[in-house]
Structure formats: structure tokens, C-alpha cells
Design a protein around this ligand. Structure first.
Ligand SMILES: *Cc1c(COP(=O)(O)O)cnc(C)c1O
Length: 499
């Protein structure tokens, strides 16, 4: 299996090279050159396997330059019972006859990004070795919250790597900040930036592309790499859990072999739902992929009109991990749907960059609509959904998952489609506890309470246990105290690496 860039500038790269490079030099994203198709026997053969075994069966098709032993090793290091709380790794919870919730947040940081970021470091270390690189890998991350902690936790104490995370010092939640500044490990660094997420992101991009900095790095035996969601090594592990969920539904006799399902994904950068699309293209029986957005509803409009228009106000919502105006991974979908037309993709992406908008042709739009349905949820609807689901099922969901469930309701009302449905649940309710407690118990219940107090209140009132990753967070020693101006990010990196 070889990989090519969506912008046409690079072809025939191995998966190890694609993972090591992250983004192609022409600005495009790496995509498999040829489709992977699984036979029915392969798909239904997953039913009696463990999650780790299922993962190897899927990954081996895309990462065929890794040996089976290497894949087994990576998977076994990533998806352990200790880190994910049970052998299930991703439990599928039945809500009612039609709806099952795929809980993707049982990893160490309580959000779904662990599913990819627990395995990526191991894939990356092997990729570096395979391609004859001897430099130490330095991962730079700019984060608006969830990614930073997941990267720190994933790369923690992984030999041959250092991870440096920049977060907006006053722009993340109390829980998210404490998760990052108390991070353990001898190769982890988290740094607050006086500025917003864009400042942190621009600073990281500037360091990545600074020639003299890169020279200095290589003289000292370091090389930058990125762990952001456009890296193929983050996308491919996400394909696994859609097959795994389907296998679990067969196992529990909820569906029979060949039955189609719908998949609902609360979407930001379009990575998670794109993984579901790849699963479908590989042969997973899927009827519709339902793309759920919050009030930053660029994608809802795009799926309806074929016009992608980022020229709008950025809204801060209670589902902040989906507050995104440019969904980078959509580029991969467009490349696949247009049968790898890198010329068209380059035009559209140029237009997005220069004008802030692009319009796809009617044929491409029709092909996308065949598989995708889009909808969005308002802030009030998000809270209402958390309350309703709790009242009806005694089941507690976070704000992102609530967006998924509400958009699914809208889909059913609009289409009448009663196909069995899997809803991707992307964060633990404890991670966004303020909104959750407010939604279920009213505004008064959160007055004058810190997020740390609310963890305990949520656990007690809903008869749940605070996840290990969040327990006593406010009592842990702060290990990372650096806060810098946005102009100083480069020198912070130089200090950390003593170069
Ligand atoms: C990152 C994230 C999302 C969005 O996922 P994409 O792959 O970027 O679409 C949704 N929910 C949570 C909790 C997240 O952390």
C-alpha cells in the first residue's frame, strides 16, 4: 500500500513515511493510493476477536510496511485494560431498540482522541526507525484543549521522543488546564501562551517552517514532527472502532451479518467521520453517515448547498472541541469522491485559503449526499438533550455527544429512517461537567462551584465514579509552570531542547 498527496505533489510513499511526515510538502494530506476492500469473511471474522486483535486485522491492510509482530506490539502497548478501564476498550451501550452509543472516551484523558493518540507514538517511533532516521523526534502541538492532553499522555515516556504542547493560558477549561500542567513523564512539556488558540497555532506553524530553526535542530540531533489530526497515523486507528462496534452488535444479536447501520459523528475537523467513511468504503454495511455540528455549522451548510464558506463569526460553544471553521480532513473526502482529482482539490483549497470559500460541482455534491446527511444543534438544544437523555434513560452524556444525539433526532424526523444507529460518544460527561450538571440539575446547582467540585457532585447525584484521569486533579502537583508571550514560543522550545 502506497500513499499520495491530495494536492498531487507526491506519490508512492510508504505508510511509515506518510506517518513520519504528517503533512505532504505540497500542503496536501496523505491518502492511500488504492482502496482497501475487506471480504465478508474478514468482516464477520472480527466478531469473536478481542479489540486488540480486531485492530491488527484492520491496520495490517493500511500499514503493510509494518510486520505483524510490530503491529501487535503497537496495539498491545496502546489499548490496555489499565488505560481503558476494561477489556472492552470501546463499550457499545444500548440506549433503545434503535440507538447504540459507542463510548470512545474510556482512555486516560477521557476524550476520544486517546483512541488515536495512544497508538500513534508507537507507530511513529517504528516509522522513524524504518526510514533510517536517527534523530530524536520532537512533537510540537498547539491545542484548544483535548488534543494537547491526549498527545502528552500518548507520548509520555516513549523512547526517542519529546512532546511540547502550547495551550492558550486562559483559553481552556479548568479541568483541561490542570490535566496539562500536572502531566507526568520525563519527556513532556506543557506551556501556556498569553493569547488565544490561533496565536498558539500560528506560533507552532512558524517554528515548524523556520529554516534556521530546523537547521539548528538537525545539528543537535532533533527533528520536528506533528501529531495533529491530519496525520494518517491518527486517522487509521479510528477506522477500527466502527468495525468493532458492528462486530459487537452482531455478537449481541442486535443485527445480523449484512444489516446496514447508520453512524452519527459529532464533528469538528472531520477526522472521526472520515474514518467511518473509509470503513464503509472497505465494506462495512452502512446506510448513512450523519455529520453533527454545533452552532459553527459550516459543514451542515456545505452538505446542503455544496458551498464551503468559512467567512463567518467563530462561536464559542459548550462543545468546544467542535468549534472549528476549517475542517481539514474534508480535503481527503473530496479527493476520494472525485476519484483522486488532485487538480480540482488544489483549486478548491486555494480558493478556501484566498477567498474563504469554495463551491463543489453538482456531480461531486450528489455523490457526497448519497452517503452523508448533515445537521446542527443550538446551545439550548444541546443542554435540553443532555437533560432529556438523563430523564428518559438515566444515562449521562457530555455536550459533544448531545450534539450527535440531537442531530440524529432531527435526521429521524426529517427522513423517517429507522435503521439501527450507532452514535459516536466522544467525551466523558465528567470532562465537560459544568454544562452537564447545569443541564440536568439547573443553573443554581453550579453557582460558585469550581469544575473540580462539580466532578464530585456529578458523581454523587448520578451515581457514577469520577474517572481516574480526572480524580483529585486539583490536588496533584503542578509540574509545568511556564507561561510565555506568543512571540517567545520559539525560544521556549530552544530552552527545553537546550539548543
Ligand atoms: C476532537 C473532538 C471532536 C471532533 O472530532 P473530529 O475528528 O475533529 O471531527 C468531537 N468531540 C470531542 C470530545 C473531541 O475531542
Amino acid at each position: 500500500m502506497f500513499y499520495e498527496s491530495t494536492r498531487g505533489g507526491l506519490k508512492s510513499k510508504s505508510s511509515a513515511e506518510a506517518i513520519k511526515m504528517g503533512i505532504a510538502p505540497d500542503g496536501g494530506l496523505f491518502v492511500p493510493e488504492s482502496p482497501v476492500k475487506l471480504s465478508p469473511d474478514e468482516i464477520y471474522g472480527l466478531v469473536n476477536l478481542s479489540y486488540q486483535e480486531r485492530a491488527v486485522q484492520i491496520l495490517k491492510h493500511f500499514l503493510d510496511d509494518y510486520s505483524m509482530e510490530e503491529l501487535v506490539e503497537c496495539v498491545n502497548l496502546a489499548y490496555t485494560k489499565e488505560k481503558f478501564g476494561s477489556d472492552d476498550i470501546v463499550p457499545v451501550v444500548k440506549l433503545n431498540e434503535n440507538v447504540h452509543v459507542l463510548e470512545l472516551w474510556h482512555g486516560p484523558t477521557c476524550a476520544f482522541k486517546d483512541m488515536a493518540l495512544q497508538i500513534l507514538p508507537h507507530l511513529l517511533v517504528k516509522a522513524v526507525a524504518k526510514t533510517g532516521e536517527t534523530d530524536e523526534t520532537v512533537i510540537l502541538v498547539a491545542t484548544s484543549g483535548d488534543t494537547g492532553k491526549a498527545a502528552l499522555e500518548g507520548f509520555k515516556d516513549v523512547k526517542g521522543t519529546k512532546v511540547i504542547v502550547f495551550f492558550p493560558s486562559e483559553g481552556v477549561s479548568q479541568v483541561q488546564k490542570m490535566q496539562m500542567v500536572t502531566q507526568e513523564g520525563n519527556n513532556t512539556y506543557s506551556v501556556g501562551v498569553n493569547g488565544n488558540f490561533d496565536d498558539a497555532q500560528n506560533g507552532v506553524k512558524a517554528i515548524f517552517t523556520n529554516d534556521s530553526m530546523n537547521d539548528k535542530m538537525s545539528k543537535n540531533g532533533f527533528k520536528f514532527s506533528s501529531a495533529n489530526s491530519i496525520n494518517w497515523g491518527r486517522l487509521v486507528p479510528q477506522i477500527v472502532y466502527y468495525f468493532s462496534a458492528y462486530a459487537d452488535l452482531i455478537k449481541t444479536k442486535e443485527i445480523q451479518e449484512g444489516d446496514k447501520i447508520n453512524i452519527v459523528v459529532p464533528t469538528g475537523n472531520f477526522g472521526n467521520i472520515l474514518a467511518a467513511y473509509y470503513a464503509m468504503e472497505m465494506g462495512l454495511p452502512v446506510n448513512k453517515l450523519i455529520c453533527a455540528s454545533n452552532e459553527n455549522n459550516v459543514l451542515t451548510e456545505f452538505l446542503k448547498t455544496g458551498v464551503y464558506d468559512r467567512r463567518r463569526e467563530f462561536k464559542k460553544t459548550s462543545s468546544p472541541s467542535m468549534d472549528i471553521l476549517i475542517s481539514s480532513n474534508l480535503e481527503r473526502l473530496l479527493f476520494e469522491i472525485t476519484e483522486h482529482d488532485s487538480w480540482l482539490i488544489t483549486e478548491w483549497m486555494k480558493s478556501l485559503k484566498e477567498e474563504g470559500v469554495y463551491t463543489i460541482d453538482p456531480d461531486t455534491k450528489k455523490k457526497i449526499s448519497k452517503n452523508f446527511w448533515g445537521g446542527f444543534t443550538t446551545e439550548a438544544e444541546t443542554l435540553k438533550t443532555i437533560e432529556c437523555i438523563f430523564n428518559e434513560y438515566s444515562y449521562v452524556i457530555d455536550t459533544h455527544t448531545a450534539v450527535g444525539i440531537d442531530v440524529y433526532d432531527k435526521y429521524v424526523i426529517s427522513t423517517g429512517d429507522m435503521t439501527k444507529t450507532i452514535i459516536a460518544s466522544t467525551a466523558s460527561p465528567f470532562k465537560f461537567n459544568e454544562s452537564v450538571v447545569k443541564a440536568i440539575f439547573g443553573e443554581n446547582s453550579i453557582n460558585n462551584k469550581s469544575e473540580f467540585e462539580l466532578l464530585g457532585i456529578l458523581a454523587e447525584k448520578c451515581n457514577l465514579t469520577v474517572p481516574d484521569g480526572l480524580k483529585d486533579l486539583d490536588k496533584r502537583p503542578v509540574r509545568h509552570k511556564t507561561v510565555c508571550e506568543k512571540e517567545a514560543m520559539k525560544s521556549v522550545v530552544e530552552n527545553i531542547l537546550t539548543i
